[in-house]
Design a protein around this ligand. Structure first.
Ligand SMILES: C[S@@+](CC[C@H](N)C(=O)[O-])C[C@H]1O[C@@H](n2cnc3c(N)ncnc32)[C@H](O)[C@@H]1O
Length: 237
């Protein structure tokens, strides 16, 4: 697909604020299948430097609660303010295990390249993000993954850049469907590979973030053939 909405943003701004494969393009692809309307309230856990929150606020006029652990609220607030988006995006420095919200408060939880850090246990969905989402509310989650579950020793191409521990978070569509189908509070609509994986990753490799630099050796060795981006769409029961 053509990422027409992302193309409107300054390329250098995106490169300066990427923390992984191009989060705006990932969100643009995922959001194309969602109904997002001005006035909706969205939780964005693991928002990093806020590229997804910015895109949601600017493109859809939704209010975003932008949570992150590694990036402070003041840094994100300054970025949102510089874009005149501070009335729509609330920057919060917190762990995604803290969801101090009213039940049924949000219309959606949208998370790109973060859920794999905190959401890979059976209990997480029902205990943390699901209660504050309205009945019928949306879950749209994108995570870096693998085409097939890695068994035993990781492929040498992947081991160039990632330790076995790093690779523990990478899973297949089948694995994610199985994990989230244990939830009593959500109904899965689809779990699928995203079309734009190569483009998301190639954009990331262009930036000088130290993790992008260290990811280059795996990609040059051909690790991309094992990898994908997994998109999960679900509804609150
Ligand atoms: C690879 S970065 C991606 C950031 C952003 N979503 C993006 O795609 O640009 C992963 C993010 O997950 C966040 N994260 C990891 N563990 C977290 C936790 N327990 N609670 C909240 N955020 C967390 C980190 O702070 C980091 O910003």
């Amino acid at each position: 697909m053509k990422y027409i909405k992302t193309a409107k943003y300054d390329k250098q701004f995106l490169l300066d604020n990427m923390m992984g494969p191009n989060a705006m393009k990932i969100l643009e692809e995922m959001a194309a299948g969602l109904t997002l309307k001005s006035g909706m309230r969205v939780l964005d856990p693991g928002c990093g430097k806020g590229l997804t929150a910015i895109f949601l606020a600017k493109e859809y006029g939704v209010q975003v609660f932008a949570h992150d652990l590694w990036v402070g609220a003041t840094e994100n607030y300054r970025r949102f303010k510089s874009l005149n988006l501070d009335s729509l995006i609330i920057p919060i420095h917190s762990d995604a295990n803290d969801t101090p919200y009213a039940d049924e408060y949000f219309d959606a939880v949208i998370s790109v390249d973060a859920y794999e850090y905190f959401g890979e246990t059976e209990s997480y969905m029902d205990e943390k993000p699901a209660p504050p989402v309205k009945k019928g509310g949306i879950f749209a989650i994108a995570v870096p993954g693998v085409k097939k579950e890695l068994q035993g020793k990781p492929p040498v191409e992947m081991a160039c850049s990632w330790t076995a521990e790093d690779l523990e978070t990478f899973h297949s569509c089948v694995w994610w469907r199985e994990l989230l189908s244990k939830s009593q509070k959500i109904e899965i609509e689809s779990v699928s590979e995203m079309q734009g994986f190569d483009e998301f990753r190639n954009d990331w490799l262009l930036c000088d973030n130290e993790y992008a630099v260290s990811d280059r050796s795996a990609m040059e060795a051909g690790a991309g053939k094992y990898m994908n981006f997994v998109q999960i769409i679900a509804k609150k029961k």
